[in-house]
Design a protein around this ligand. Structure first.
Ligand SMILES: [Zn+2]
Length: 53
C-alpha cells in the first residue's frame, strides 16, 4: 500500500527530458515535489536551483 503511494508521487521518468532515467538522482522542484533527474540532466536541474535530496 505504502509502496504503491510512493510510486504515485515519484514518477519513474526524468523530470526534465521525460525519458526513463539512468542512474536517477532525486531532486526537489519548485512545487516542493520529489522528482527524478537523469545523469545527463543534472547540470540543468542545478541551474534551475533544484535541490538535491
Ligand atoms: Zn533527463
Amino acid at each position: 500500500m505504502f509502496e504503491r503511494l510512493k510510486r504515485l508521487f515519484i514518477p519513474k521518468q526524468c523530470a526534465i527530458c521525460k525519458m526513463k532515467p539512468t542512474q536517477p538522482q532525486k531532486y526537489i522542484n519548485d512545487q516542493k515535489e520529489t522528482v527524478l533527474v537523469c545523469r545527463k540532466c543534472i547540470s540543468y536541474a542545478e541551474r534551475r536551483a533544484m535541490r538535491k535530496m
